[in-house]
Design a protein around this ligand. Sequence first.
Ligand SMILES: Cc1ncc(C[n+]2csc(CCOP(=O)(O)OP(=O)(O)O)c2C)c(N)n1
Length: 344
Amino acid sequence: MGIGMERGLNQLANFDVRRRAEWLALYERMLLIRRAEERLAKEAQAGTLPGAVHLYVGQEATGVGVCSVLDESDFITSTHRGHGHFLAKGGDLNAMFAELWGKRTGICRGMGGSMHVADVSKGILGANGIVGGGIAIAAGAGMGIKVAGETKVSVCLFGDGAANQGVLMESLNMTSVWSLPVVWVLENNGLSEFTVTSKVTAGAIIDRARAVGMPAVTVDGNDVMAVQAAMRDAVDRARSGGGPSFIEAITYRVHGHLEAEDAFLGGYSYRTAEEIDAWRTPDKDPLLRFASRLLAEGGASRADIDAIDAQVHAQVDAAVQFAMASDDADPDLIFDITFCDQRP
Ligand SMILES: Cc1ncc(C[n+]2csc(CCOP(=O)(O)OP(=O)(O)O)c2C)c(N)n1
């Protein structure tokens, strides 16, 4: 074999090794979100988890694909369904669980709970109990980046229900006019709480971005590689001064709007069991799909996948133990945090 050919084969082998590691890391992150949330569902059902939780199960490929092309210093804003975004952007599982259990070791010292997980040191500007609450924050973060002359990116993850908040049109317009480094990621799961979004939404949401001259694409939000590719284009555009972009990721929420939603619904149902099952199949579920691709094209073996599963299970168990063993949040903190040192 000639030296040139040998070098070529080595390069190919290096590329494959790198790709295998990158793909396994994507799979591991999606699985961490899935297993963490399945555990939360179990704890909620057993009555051992306080408060309401809105789970991201089924949408993991969107959050992970989006965050896989971001640096730690880039910003994301999130939603009430924010655990997956937090973990995808590198948030700490122990600190997130402790936050959900209302403990001092929580990422917000137990004062925020599930709908307010945030870690500004990792660019996670926060989940948000106000639907659409992250939209203007993301636009503002983009403005801050531009004023500071930085090459960072601000990403807004929001739902199709949130798209009907007026602030979206204002923010799309301003980020477009001022060419701000913002990526708008619509996680279109077709549902807004207990309402099918198409019943309350005129036209296609993506056209609202096109109306302000913004590049906009629709991708399969359950295909982590498709999301990653669209994000790469959008982030390159934003970092190089090309302004905002809009990505619509088509996905589906497999769990209820919140755990134990039946207690709210009182017998009413807004979707069928068949519809939910259709999104759990190997050709729809983001984890099953990516596991097949890893085995077929990514150089991974069944043993690699099983090893990740075992490691993730252990990580989730350890996080529950950490949360439960931590001290409860200090109620006195409310005066330092909420009222900025202004004690009554
Ligand atoms: C300002 C505001 N209005 C209404 C609600 C109640 N609410 C909570 S979630 C939700 C629907 C959100 O749908 P979407 O943005 O598509 O997100 P998804 O739940 O599908 O992730 C509504 C109306 C709220 N939390 N805040």
